[in-house]
Write a protein that binds this ligand. Sequence first.
Ligand SMILES: NC(=O)C1=CN([C@@H]2O[C@H](COP(=O)(O)OP(=O)(O)OC[C@H]3O[C@@H](n4cnc5c(N)ncnc54)[C@H](O)[C@@H]3O)[C@@H](O)[C@H]2O)[C@@H](O)CC1
Ligand SMILES: Nc1ncnc2c1ncn2[C@@H]1O[C@H](COP(=O)(O)OP(=O)(O)O)[C@@H](O)[C@H]1O
Ligand SMILES: [K+]
Length: 506
Amino acid sequence: MVNTNLEAPASHYLLTSELSQEIDQKTIQNIGIDGFTLMEVAGKSASQLLLDQYSELSNGLYLCGKGNNAGDALVLARYLLQNDIKASIVFISGSDDLSEDTRTNLQLLHKYDQHNRLKIYESWNDAKPLDTFDFVVDGLLGTGLNSDVRGKYAEAIQWCNHQQTPVFAMDIPTGLHADSGEIMGIALQADHTYSFGGRKQGFYLGDGPNLTGKIDYCELPFPNKYKQDCHSFLLDESWNSTEISPTGKHKYDSGVLYVIAGSEGLTGAAIMATKSAWAEGIGAIVLICPRGTLPIYEQTLPSIIKKPVGDRDDFFFKKKHIQKSLQIIGEKEGALLIGPGIGRDKSTIEFVQSILEENSKPTLIDADGLWCLSQLTEWPKPHDRNWILTPHPGELSKLTAENFDTDYQRLQIVQQISQKEGVTLLSKGMPGIIGTPEPKSYLTNYDTTPFARAGNGDVLAGKIASYLALGYSPDTSCAMGLLNGKQKLDHLLKQSQEVPEPTDFI
Ligand SMILES: NC(=O)C1=CN([C@@H]2O[C@H](COP(=O)(O)OP(=O)(O)OC[C@H]3O[C@@H](n4cnc5c(N)ncnc54)[C@H](O)[C@@H]3O)[C@@H](O)[C@H]2O)[C@@H](O)CC1
Ligand SMILES: Nc1ncnc2c1ncn2[C@@H]1O[C@H](COP(=O)(O)OP(=O)(O)O)[C@@H](O)[C@H]1O
Ligand SMILES: [K+]
């Protein structure tokens, strides 16, 4: 195996609120960098980014709660004050019982105000009518959010969501759940989120993508060892190259991709999957097909080697094709793709079961292959075998016998199943989620709706399977398959507004 496993950089770790707080605490207690210093680094790095990104700011409205999230906003206010940007600070629940570091920062802020550019309001009602301001900073609540947002906090958020001026969220938009991306009663709609010490998992789930605006990661001095408990990561092109890199062998000498796909009426799936795999530059693809379907492939797949099994009147895979198919798959090194368009006959299920049990190749199971798997009481997976499963949400539900209403529940199911069964699971949807046995999960952050057309699943499966045959690890293969499609999509959308056809991605 080459490129063994995906390794996300620290900027792409996705933290839950519990993990954020745990890392904060360990850094403070074990390393000795106190909370005040962390707050200073957080607020300062947000101020540097903000000053670089927005040059015309003159008067900020800072909405503050009483926890450390407010402290970050106060540090930011101090640095902007140094740049002659006025600050109106509203403590929604007063400033009597601020957290210690936040209180210290309020005192500091007063000392930095030379020309009465600072105004402090002790409640939301006191602040109105509001002065003119050209941006809003959200320092209401951060990872300490522990219940639905209500009362004056909710009122301030509702008001804020109707403003035209840009809104900058400290760490996370208030009201967004850091783990699930769920709205806790009401949530603030930010234009820009400055996330401290790690992006939050909830940015990429549920309502997260609609609420964060642009996201900037601001590094805090957290030791890497404290991040080891992080299990989810953002997958994007910035750290995952979709270029096929040398595998040590010439790519034409690398493994063969065996494809078991297609049945009468569903040969299109086999054609799409094999064409897509071929387009990735793999040296040889062997399509195993029921003999009755061979004439169609003779016409449509000149570059693909076709190995028919059974008789001329066989139009779908049956039990009697098992031995011959296993013999073909065993001929050369490589990988296996099984499932697109094979249908759901009882005999096909038995066929799939035996092929999965007895072949020794890294195997990608897709479409009807997943359906067959879902009909078995136990998955026939030998321990040392690499499997990739690529279910869409309906298939995932069928496979796992679990219902899920939210992306967060889907993520949890993906994590459980990939770990329990020792498989790499690519759950298609928005976001795309890759789960691995380690257990790690990778979330995408781009719009996947343009891929929601019949055929795109076959194209994706073909790409991923070809990387598997080229020797890439299952998680890397999935990541490259997704991002390769995304890059093609970006390119196509630049040329035309039309939603591309699945064949355009080949
Ligand atoms: N030293 C640290 O721990 C650091 C924390 N940082 C910042 O601190 C934040 C976390 O700070 P805290 O743990 O103090 O938490 P928050 O500032 O998020 O707020 C916690 C306070 O809000 C109250 N609260 C929770 N849910 C509420 C609701 N629905 N309505 C009204 N009040 C509610 C809690 O009772 C508590 O008093 C992070 O998001 C980050 O912005 C950064 O400054 C970096 C360092
Ligand atoms: N490059 C890609 N990036 C993200 N998601 C993708 C990509 N290609 C395909 N998909 C996902 O695959 C889905 C299509 O697969 P599927 O529903 O199995 O379709 P079909 O089997 O009908 O071709 C899309 O809705 C999308 O979620
Ligand atoms: K916030």
